[in-house]
Structure formats: C-alpha cells, structure tokens
Design a protein around this ligand. Structure first.
Ligand code: E4P
Length: 242
C-alpha cells in the first residue's frame, strides 16, 4: 500500500527531476520573426522558440525556410506546427519538419488525430508539443500520449472569462501525482508579466513569451532612476574603473 509520505516523496522527486535543482523556468519566445529571435537570443536568456501557423503567416516568409533559420540561431527546442488535421498527413508533415534540424519539436493540436500523431512520434524519439490545450482533461490525455510539452493557453482562457492560471495549477497538480511522467508544462498565450510570475510560483517548466513581453520583463522605473543617480554620482567622483 502506498503511504501518504511516499506520495509526498514522489512529488518532491518529480519536482527535482523535472525542474532540475539549479534550473529555473525556461523561456521560449513565441514568434517567427527571425530578427526578434536574433536580438533576444543574444541576451543568452532564450531557451527555445515556439511558432504557430498564424505567426508564420505574419512573418510573410516560407515556413520551412523560417524554421531552418530559427534552428540555426537557437540551439534549444524550436516548435514547428503541422497544419494537416488527419493523422496520416500529420505524420508526413511531421517527418518533413523534423528532418529540418535535430532541435525541431513537432507541434500538434489537441485533437484525436493530433494525439495519435503525438504517440507515434514519441515512439520514434521525436519531441512533440501538444498545443491548444484548454482543460486539465486534455492535458492528461496529452501526457498519456507521451507529449514532450503540453501547451495550455492561459491568455485565451482569460479572454473568455475563465481563469487561465487555474488551468496551470490543475495541470501541475495532476502531473505531480505521477513520478514517472515527463511531459513539461509550457505556459502559452502569455499576455503580461503576472502570468509569468504566477506560472513561476507554481513551478511551471516553461513559459513562451511574445518578444515584447520578454523585453518588458527587464524594465523597472526604479532601476532606470537608480542607475541614472549612480552614474551621476560616479561622474562627480572623477574616477574610472579601466
Ligand atoms: C503557443 O505556442 C502559441 O503560439 C501562443 O502562445 C498563442 O498565443 P496567443 O493566444 O497570444 O495567440
């Protein structure tokens, strides 16, 4: 019989394994704009990239070219989404996408065919990102299909009057109950820094952020004010470090 203590121990081990003792939340950027990716990758704070068909259309570029170029700039996981809706064609598209580079993660929608495709790809050792997740039940199915990442869309839930962050809490609670489970929670449709802060407090594995939001996270008016005061005082001292 499993005791309450061993359940708690299992949860702690799961946390240590999935987060890594030194590893904080990973940041992916949610864009297909190569210039923004290059700019932010230069900070050294970008762990990966997510794209979707809308973002690719907005870039005005050819999908396969964009994915190839992103994979050259960012060594971490780069999600590229299939657009077929049936299993057989999804698999063909997945083969083409995953052949682009080793760091391509095939993104599939949370549908029956999407999860069938996820299961096959996982069996072949190809990483997957199950997207358009809006409920804990869907997240449970994605984990059973062996998804590498589950992408719950918090902003789009907030938009329809449902608490997006509660979905993250529910998924983390469910996944934490199973020590063997390796699916990472990738918080998507993130709209403001508080989404990121709340997700980090819950121990979500990844947040994918629009470039403008990642830039926004660096800023605080007191940092600017404080730095201006330090530099003015330093100038008065007449000193130089170099
Ligand atoms: C995630 O992979 C999606 O591309 C993205 O986060 C969707 O965000 P949106 O709801 O702002 O379009």
């Amino acid at each position: 019989m499993i005791s309450l203590d061993s359940i708690e121990l299992g949860r702690q081990l799961m946390t240590t394994t999935s987060q890594g003792t030194n590893q904080t939340m990973k940041f992916f950027i949610d864009t297909a704009d190569i210039n923004e990716i290059k700019e932010l990758a230069a900070t050294g704070l970008v762990d990966g990239v997510t794209t979707n068909p809308s973002l690719v259309a907005k870039s005005g570029r050819k999908f396969l070219d964009v994915v190839r170029e992103i994979c050259e700039v960012v060594p971490g996981p780069v999600s590229a989404e299939v657009v077929a809706t049936d299993h057989a064609t999804m698999l063909k598209e997945a083969d083409k996408l995953s052949a682009i580079a080793e760091n391509v993660v095939v993104k599939v929608p949370l549908t029956v065919d999407g999860l069938k495709t996820c299961k096959v790809l996982t069996g072949r050792g190809i990483k997957t990102n199950v997207t358009l997740c809006f409920s804990p039940a869907q997240a449970l199915l994605a984990a059973k299909a062996g998804a590498t990442y589950i992408s719950p869309f918090v902003g789009r839930l907030d938009d329809v009057g449902t608490d997006g962050m509660q979905l993250i809490a529910d998924i983390i609670a469910i996944y934490s109950s199973y020590a063997h489970l390796e699916t990472e929670v990738l918080v998507a449709s993130v709209r403001h820094p508080m989404h990121v802060i709340e997700a980090a407090k819950m121990g979500a594995d990844v947040a994918t952020l629009p470039p403008s939001l990642l830039k926004q996270m660096f800023n605080h008016p007191l940092t600017d004010k404080g730095l201006a005061a330090f530099l003015a005082d330093w100038a008065k001292s007449g000193q130089s470090i170099l």
